[in-house]
Design a protein around this ligand. Structure first.
Ligand SMILES: O=P(O)(O)OC[C@H]1O[C@H](O[C@H]2O[C@H](CO)[C@@H](O)[C@H](O)[C@H]2O)[C@H](O)[C@@H](O)[C@@H]1O
Ligand SMILES: O=c1ccn([C@@H]2O[C@H](COP(=O)(O)OP(=O)(O)O)[C@@H](O)[C@H]2O)c(=O)[nH]1
Length: 463
């Protein structure tokens, strides 16, 4: 079978803890399949891509390049995370388009293309990931790469009406047609992609998810919802329940109920609204005071971007304010933790929590929602409170849904979750486990790569 070459901005190098969903998912996929993973080393140097660092562990070869500080600022902190990320998460108000950031983005994509083109072998299947690397296939084609190349977008894709607000959007998005297959998480994202290509770029729809670009090139687009290694996550949770970390958390709770949130510190995750929703619960349900705590794990992310630093300050103030208002000498309402935890520890924390609170304003998928469900004790499961605007809502349709901007609705859902009878919790949990057994990380990876390898019509993973 042909070798898999994965290209993503971030590479989960052996022995590095990663907190993003993409890194968790590709690490699992490559461990299973073997191949090459190419991307940024995470290190800064005087020049971008001057040399390629190679390490091999098991069946995975890792090839990484360093980046210059100015390229990192323009490509990653600038165009990727101050223009594309807010745009794709429907935050047009936060888009800071700067021409030199776009130039830096294109320059780094070209450097990626030049280095990885040397490593691609004749029969390799190439899989490019995410908004950092949209133009990569076009650049690889210019360098003579004729291999099959797929692209997966891990973020949402907003409606065409918003995409066209980005200056030079055509130059940026038209090269998506240089891929053979473009994958997104949900049907909503796919509709946005098709609509944009049809109405803004003069493309035509064909059968089997094919899109004929104005250039005449035909590519396919489809829905491939990412998932988790369900069996592995269940096993982790069962093992973790006896761990010291979980024992200490349980002892500190002293029979109080726990609500858990786990998110990178990102404005797309709806954290200020979540804290407000929890405060509203305490305001409106006096009997819960002293009996329930919210553990919010929020590892800092993209701290060079001003909006992320501002968010951190906002949350510190909000947690301090809510705790100041409601805390007692022996009880703190919000346990707000700015560091990351290994999956082995998180699994036990998820299982200890009566409620998983996942309320992004927008999210491509949100693997935390899926992990929370898989970690529950099936005899006595907790309840998932989930934003309608997370991609995970497409499959986890037995969750309690909320609009995260409606703090009364969040508070009401929390109260309902904390009081939910066992039978209803079991019924909802069974339904969601059914979805997580039907679509795992293996299903996702296999469905995408099968569709990329073969020309037949694509098998939908979710209807
Ligand atoms: O690499 P960072 O800048 O530190 O950010 C971490 C990752 O965040 C985003 O993850 C997305 O992918 C998940 C898996 O498909 C999905 O569940 C989630 O909804 C997305 O937000 C980002 O898209 C990745 O590129 C980053 O590596
Ligand atoms: O302290 C932490 C916080 C998060 N994660 C993992 O990071 C991923 C987050 O993925 P998600 O899709 O929820 O969101 P993203 O951060 O990719 O936007 C999940 O696998 C989490 O278990 C982790 O390992 N440790």
């Amino acid at each position: 079978m042909s070798r898999l070459v994965v290209i993503s901005n971030r590479v989960a190098l052996p022995n590095q803890t990663q907190t993003g969903g993409l890194a968790s998912a590709m690490d699992a996929a490559l461990k299973e399949l073997g191949g090459l993973w190419f991307g940024w080393s995470g290190n800064l140097a005087s020049e971008t891509g001057a040399e390629v660092h190679e390490v091999t562990k098991g069946r995975i070869a890792y090839a990484t390049i360093d980046m210059s500080k100015s390229d990192y600022e323009a490509y990653y902190s600038g165009f990727a995370n101050r223009a594309l990320w807010p745009l794709f998460h429907y935050r047009g108000d936060l888009v800071d388009y700067q021409r030199d950031h776009l130039e830096g983005y294109l320059r780094v994509n070209r450097l990626f293309a030049e280095q990885v083109a040397k490593l691609i072998q004749k029969d390799d299947i190439v899989w490019v990931h995410d908004y950092h690397l949209i133009p990569l296939a076009g650049m690889l084609r210019e360098l003579g790469v004729t291999n099959r190349i797929g692209f997966f977008l891990h973020t949402p894709l907003p409606a065409a009406g918003l995409l066209i607000t980005l200056p030079r959007h055509r130059e940026l998005f038209e090269p998506l047609s240089a891929y053979d297959l473009v994958g997104v998480h949900t049907h909503r994202d796919l509709r946005a992609l098709e609509d944009y290509f049809l109405h803004e770029l003069g493309a035509a729809m064909q059968t089997g998810g094919r899109i004929r670009a104005a250039s005449g090139r035909v590519f396919r687009a489809g829905v491939f919802p990412i998932s988790i290694d369900t069996d592995d996550v269940i096993a982790l949770a069962e093992k973790a329940q006896d761990s010291g970390a979980v024992g200490r958390l349980k002892a500190s709770l002293d029979d109080r109920q726990l609500i858990i949130g786990v998110d990178r510190l990102d404005y797309s995750k709806g954290l200020p609204e979540r804290f407000d929703g929890f405060a509203r619960l305490l305001r409106d349900h006096k009997t819960l005071r002293g009996h329930v705590s919210l553990l919010q794990i929020a590892p800092p992310s993209r701290s060079d971007v001003p909006e992320y630093r501002l968010l951190r300050r906002t949350l510190e103030r909000s947690a301090g304010h809510i705790n100041g208002q409601y805390a007692e000498p022996d009880w703190v309402p919000i346990r707000y933790v700015n560091k990351s935890f290994a999956h082995t520890v998180l699994a036990g924390y998820y299982r200890t929590a009566k409620v998983g609170l996942v309320t992004p304003l927008r999210d491509g998928m949100n693997l935390v929602a899926k992990e929370y469900v898989a970690c529950q004790d099936r005899d006595d499961p907790g309840v998932l409170v989930l934003s309608r605007f997370a991609g995970a809502a497409q499959e986890l349709d037995a969750a309690l849904f909320v609009n995260p901007a409606d703090i009364d609705e969040v508070s009401g859902a929390l109260a309902q979750a904390l009081a939910m009878p066992l039978k209803e919790r079991q019924r909802r949990h069974r339904a969601m486990m059914h979805a997580l057994e039907a679509n795992t990380i293996t299903t996702w990876r296999t469905a995408f790569l099968d569709a990329l390898r073969h020309k037949e019509a694509m098998r939908p993973v979710v209807a």
